[in-house]
Design a binder for this molecule. Structure first.
Ligand SMILES: Nc1nc2c(c(=O)[nH]1)N[C@H]1C(S)=C(S)[C@@H](COP(=O)(O)O)O[C@H]1N2
Ligand SMILES: [Mo]
Length: 333
């Protein structure tokens, strides 16, 4: 079970200094809702807000309407400065909308996020289609501050909203033969201009070993900064696996498939010797073309600032290292 902290136990760096006043207000509102127990009712407004957000280039929602409780799984990351909302939503990787960091914010407005269903298939007792609304209600939402380290050498610290993927996995009851979980994301040529291009094999597919998928840190994510996920960040539902390079955190998921064999993933197919299946953040294992020993925090470390050291498993060693005990992480990169 997940441990929840109360408000006073939730350490947060002076929010008003590092996020906009609006975000700060929404955090206050969220905490107020939690205190009054009204957060559950607020969930009902989600669909309406999403409809309003269709086609909009502005933020998806100003008032918190997520049933999010600050989570103990934020760990020490809560002491890191949050990346600004502006940076988090304008410097993205979402190749379906372009290969430039600025492309997703420019182009993702065409993504249609409602209605949305996630199909559960493969080796499970309870396969089927889940409407987003039902997925949202499956478990209590938590706010988790996680580091995100991109394989390219930059990082961010973001307050995500969602619940552990394990909650969904338990509900659909995988068979004993299910050893991996595959995440298939939307590939819609009509709304995603780069789908069909040769950059990657579409749809963008990612995967986790079953124990990784069940690790409580693995977050099925619906929101960030107390709001609905912006389209460029993978609306309406994505994964966040904070101890792995960012590309493992698949955006705009439409299928979750349980398999016996290791799924072929988009980046592994694109360049097998550069991107492995595990892709755990590891400062000791270089990318063939560059070092992974350090990183630049977006918005904080200027172009000429000294880079910060990358931490083993991105700083989540205590929670995840035992899953890889005895594995040669140079071989299984
Ligand atoms: N569907 C899809 N998911 C994706 C990607 C992508 O191109 N397509 N890029 C990945 C990469 S490389 C990173 S670093 C993260 C970035 O997430 P963010 O833009 O929310 O920070 O999303 C990952 N998820
Ligand atoms: Mo990335």
């Amino acid at each position: 079970m997940l441990i929840k902290t109360n408000h006073s136990g939730f350490v947060h760096p002076v929010s008003s200094e590092i996020t906009s006043a609006e975000v700060y207000q929404s955090r206050r509102e969220l905490l107020r809702l939690m205190a009054t127990g009204a957060a559950g009712a607020a969930l009902a407004t989600w669909a309406g807000r999403d409809a309003l957000a269709q086609g909009a280039v502005t933020r998806p929602g100003k008032l918190a309407s997520l049933n999010a409780t600050p989570s103990a799984l934020s760990g020490g990351m809560a002491l890191d400065k949050l990346t600004s909302y502006q940076d988090a939503t304008s410097y993205n990787n979402f190749y379906e909308f372009g290969t430039d960091k600025a492309d997703p914010a420019q182009n993702a407005h065409t993504l249609v996020t409602s209605p949305w269903t996630v199909e559960i298939e493969g080796l499970v007792k309870k396969p089927g289609k889940w409407a987003l609304e039902d997925l949202l209600k499956l478990s209590a939402q938590e706010e988790r501050i996680y580091r995100m380290r991109c394989v390219e050498g930059w990082s961010m610290v973001l307050p995500w909203v969602g619940y552990s993927l394990a909650e969904l996995i338990k509900r659909v009851e995988p068979l004993g033969s299910a050893k991996y979980v595959e995440f298939v994301t939307l590939a819609d040529k009509k709304t995603m201009p780069y789908v069909g291009s040769r950059v990657l094999d579409w749809p963008y597919v990612e995967g986790l070993r079953m124990d990784e998928a069940l690790n409580p840190l693995t977050l099925l994510t619906f929101g960030m900064y107390g709001e609905v996920l912006p389209k460029q960040n993978g609306a309406p539902v994505r994964l966040v696996t904070p101890w792995k390079y960012g590309f493992k955190s698949a955006k705009s998921i439409v299928k979750i498939r349980f398999t016996e064999t290791q799924p072929g993933t988009a980046w592994n197919k694109a360049a097998r010797n550069e991107y492995g299946f595990f892709s755990n953040v590891n400062p000791a294992v270089d990318h063939p073309r560059w070092s992974q020993a350090s990183e630049r925090r977006i918005g904080e470390d200027g172009l000429f600032a000294k880079k910060r050291k990358t931490l083993m498993f991105n700083g989540y060693e205590a929670q995840v290292a035992q899953m890889y005990a005895g594995m040669d992480l140079k071989k299984f990169y």
